[in-house]
Design a protein around this ligand. Sequence first.
Ligand code: BDP
Length: 697
Amino acid sequence: MTSARIWRTVIAIPLFLSANSAAAEDGYALWLRHPATSVGQINVKRLGDSETMRIAEAELRRDLAAPTQPIVLALATMPAVKAMRLPFEGLGDEGYLVRTVAIDGQRVTLVAGNSDRGVLYGTFALIRHLATGGSGDAIDLRSAPKVRLRVLNHWDNLDESVERGYAGQSIWDWWTLPDFRDPRYTDYARANASIGINGTVLNNVNAKAESLTAPYIAKAAALADIFRPWGIRVYLSVKFSAPIELGGLKTADPRDPAVAAWWKAKADEIYRTIPDFGGFLVKANSEGQPGPRDYGASHADGANMLAAAVRDHGGIVMWRAFVYAETDPEDRAKQAYTEFKPLDGKFADNVLVQVKNGAIDFQPREPFHPLFGAMPRTPLMIEFQITKEYLGFATHLAYLGPLFTETLDAKTGRKPGETVADVVDGQAEHHSLSGMAGVANIGRDRDWSGSTFNQANWYAFGRLAWDPDLSAEAIARAWAKQTFGNDPQVVDTVTTMMMGSREAVVDYTGALGLAHLVATSHHYGPGPWVADLARPEWNPVYYHRADATGIGFDRTATGSNAVSQYAGPAAKAFAKADTTPESLLLWFHHVPWNRRMANGRTLWGDLVAHYDQGVAYVAGMQRQWDGLKSKIDEERWQKTATYLAIQNREARCWRDASLAYWMAVNHLPLPAGVRPPEHDLPWYKAQQFPLAPGQAH
Ligand code: BDP
């Protein structure tokens, strides 16, 4: 055997072989379930050598069932490829071209890009193409990412707990890093690369200063080394007061030269260890975090000072707009806009402002954030929450593809036809920096995300970050095929279940634009009655404003006037109840319980119907899943069936508790034939879950 052969044999060993590979359907393999027979049998030729190219080759040997023709991996710059005059322009350094071509008279599948990362992404596109039933002999795939930074945000703490994490402890074992390089870190990188994610923020936005000490930089560097060949850069969340806590300075005022010098030295130290370090993510002056406002400086002052520290190294700063203060009596939905809109044009060119999809906080449904129509001179990164803090934790089946696309497809109202996606991908104003962030739902659970269906939300985030114009349904279908195989009954049923599942959560937790009705702190289960928390905007009653006569938050000119923060036609539509989509009615308007809805019901009758519809949808998913029992492997089927039963119980609880509360407020009877709540209101109020997972500490 030549040394090349030996090497090839070694790298062809499937990395997912670790534990339990014969019965590998425990969810660990995610959507990359390689066929057991393929190892080493694929005819792959790799032109050119780099770690990334070798990985691409190994992936094909691992993941492909024997294709009909040989595969050639190559860079666009190679003479043999150049001679073919293929359309590589516009593909940038991450795009790929996968095409059936003739080389020396032989038909081959060429996987090529302008860089080896393009080749790797092309490899995963080919794997996906074949795994989802695509033909093996007339292939023509060509794609480049529309968004530049496609980044996971881990809310992982250094003590290995995960804020709002429902899939076990953090996958980063900070304690044994940098020495122990868990093979799982490589599998994490593979999964992300397969869906186009190219960055990861390792630690919680509620950051500890310690993450910037030398030992923790070394730990981050070990992860960066593992991720690098997979095209993934690491970033860190930073605590704005780190110069005081670590550097012994008296202030963290961004205008103080000593503070700027401290950050510059810290950045230099990081880049000595992690030469391709991505940059910083910052949560400042929000929920108790320190920030520039503590010193009377602006968010732009803070962001620009950090941006200057990383700029010479090619780093960037992602500065969060999730800002609201207890001292500010303004409608919480308005505060980020009020703070940031005047700063448009004032940020350095390596700063992105990271804006949550909606103006409050990752609710099951929110209108798009008004900042997307208000800061044309600033690259705005969108932030979604993949982990389901407000949508049933890990146990509820809620496919977030439709939530993501609903925001991305929304019209900003600023320019005719402009969508949030146009702003996010930089197209609208020709920003070269663009980004999408997703709060990860990944933990140390064997199946990574707490359930098989939660994996779909990680997958959908990555696919949409690559191309925000994809449809949620097409993504669901592809995921179902890659995850469960190509049996049409399975694929159709799974896709159908997924597509309505997020709307079901909206229905059983509070439809028609209601939001933030959750129990205190852990946010598990209903708490619409909560009214006694220190800060007004922590109380659900602040959001629904229900009384005997009506319900909803008046955000029009007669109320908080948050509608005025929207641009043009969007502001106009939201300003009147009659032109606001009913799905957002109570977000913008306080209306009487007997308001007539489009379907002829009263608002109260319609709200009740939504609760019942949500509960019924879950029961429907249970029936559909039961019908797939013989077609899905035992372990994944059983866990999903059990979780659906939990979801059913909890959806009923949400419905019953909410109805009991609304009836206590509006004194209205339930429409004829509607099942009354199982318990009385005091019973629901008495339920306590102090140990619910994912809490901040
Ligand atoms: C809220 C979470 C909180 C996060 C915060 C944030 O409840 O744990 O720290 O968002 O995004 O949704 O900073």
